[in-house]
Design a protein around this ligand. Sequence first.
Ligand code: NAD
Length: 733
Amino acid sequence: MKTFENFKIDVDADGIAVIAFDVPGRSMNTLTSGVMAELPELAELIKTDESIKGAVITSGKASGFCAGADLGDMAGGMVGGASLQDAFDAGWKMNGALRAIETCGKPVAAAINGLALGGGLELTLACHYRVAGDNPKIQLGLPEIKVGLFPGGGGTQRLPRLIGVQAAMMAMTEGKSFRPNDAKGAGIIHEVVAAGSEVEAAKAWIKGGGKAVAPWDDKGFKQPGGGPYHPAGIQNFLVGNAMIKKQTYGNYPAALNLMKAVYEGIQVPIDAALRIETRYFIKTLMTPQAQAMIRSLFLSKQELDKGAVRPAGVPKSDPKKVTVIGAGMMGAGIAYVQAMAGIETILIDQTQEAADKGKAHVEELLKKRLSRGQLTQEKFDALLGSVTATTDYDLIKGSDLVVEAVFENREIKADVTKRAEAQLAEGAIFGSNTSTLPITGLAEASVRPEDFIGIHFFSPVDKMMLVEIILGEKTGEAAIAKTLDYVLKIKKTPIVVNDSRGFYTSRCFSTFLMEGMAMLEEGWAPALIDNVGRMTGMPRGPLEMHDDVALDLSYKIAKQTALDLGDKYVPAEGADIVAKMVEGGRFGRKNGMGFYDYASKPKTLWAGLAELAPVTKHIDGPEEPGAFGQIDELKTRLLYRQAVEVARCWEEGVIDDPREADLGAILGWGFAPWTGGPITLIDQTGLAKFVETADRLAATYGDRFKVPQLLRDMAAKGETFYGNFAGSQKAAA
Ligand code: NAD
């Protein structure tokens, strides 16, 4: 029998071929170009080999069934200069092969013994029967939308035919994954069995006379929930289109193309439907948005998650005991992620009561996991037991690292630094979770500033994936490496930046808030400002986000900056408005009063704002030609203002790696993901065009849009950031 590189085949006495998917040299199966090349041959073998009566496809790996397409291969292989026909042919390979398996005339079952995502799940959807193990680690889903794509291996056609258009569209537009029992409830798989007995159950189905025909190849097949011309079915598309527009503001071609593929596809037989899917898939893959999102949200993320910027010369470390000082909102969150990563945690606060309160928060988060079946009681007890709440600094002894998350106050932080360092062994690291105080200044309290570093977590710590590591002037290589080892161990994505007021993320994010304030001062209506903010692809508008961050924090930072900068201080846009609001007791979402009132749901704009910032500007009516131009101008201002600040950070050396700059922006402050990040936005716009637009904005609105000389020089030479990038300087240093 023919042998394969990626599939091991074993035919039993009953003629059932157990096909173990096992890509050599990889910890997890993905649909590499090698797998794609073998899939048609595999289909042919199942169909033509007479010793095979039926087949069970399973995974030969303990890590999972299949994590989906190899996006690195795909982005390069299908798009790199390919003609449309070549791109279609490449895209069709998967669909053609899966369709061949589906129509081979013999029963084929998928024994899902690990996570099956994207193309991995699509492979199982082309099988006639799906059985999954009862294992909470198994996830089944089609998450392609998260990287600017949609399922292109038959998912857009088979899932709606299986569970109806509405449920399928929800699963695909949210990229949501299902646990085995939920997937069974939704009708995506047929059976859930005890983990480890998937292959047996799949074989039993075949031996019991399992049918070798997909439901949609049966003569009497009816689309569940009705097709587009069915009175109920049509609602899915009328409402669905509106919902997609509402959620994406037209920024994500993938979502719209997904809808088109489903709408057109379910009206025709499956073979034609799959070709329709491939056409829309290729069209989507070629959009700048998909290219940008795949690079930043998948490829760069993978690289940074593997420690791409870690100094190579320092031996790998494995932090086993870490102390967190300050058991408030941030400290408790940090203790939780540490416990989850198997790190012994000492959680210190000023009083036992405060420390216990922090640990109670850890317990609350762990309980959620317990109730969802993601933790056993035994594991729950062990994880909670790994956190010690105390006031005793002696317990710090033996820690590999300390993370300080006490009040944002220089003196308190200096005191804590001294007390903690007295307990630390040589080579242990002291990290500060400050959000605003420059690291070089805080390091002055340290007796070994080479081991002092900024470890900036985002709130809420358990949900936010980014950690911004900040280097003080004296931070040494070993400290960078050990901190990266720690951040990777708690499964967060790290970026490493140099010291600057507001570091990288807070500094650039604040420009989004400030541009919103500038618009408010100019007389634009607050509702318009926030709507336009959302239209750019930011998660919320600048005023809403200002409320979330807290107006009193803006106010305090402005005061502190004025003190620090003296004569050089220039008040930020709208500082007067914020000051009046804070002095009147409006602190933002945290006390239910900011630009919005939060007493009622949904929140409503605060009526008093009309007096502080009277509305004097209006968008022209639809009959006048300028309306869309005005909206576009406001959108451009919000995005360019942030991108210009990012470019300034680059020129000043705060950042030097486009992957970190882009991913840090998306994960750290929600910079419009469709752009792939601010650096990609500049690159894709073209440096010359970006500079030209920014110059025009600077002439109209002021120097805040003035680009750094670096951008002009790059534009003159026809360069791009990614084109110039030859590896991080930090890693090379
Ligand atoms: P918090 O007020 O919720 O918690 C601070 C905790 O530190 C309190 O429990 C307090 O009792 C404790 N503390 C104060 N002095 C102490 C001392 N001398 N020894 C031991 N414990 C002491 O504040 P938070 O929001 O958790 O912020 C903590 C730090 O994290 C600040 O530096 C803040 O700037 C930074 N940060 C906050 C956020 C955020 O969104 N809240 C985000 C990133 C960074």
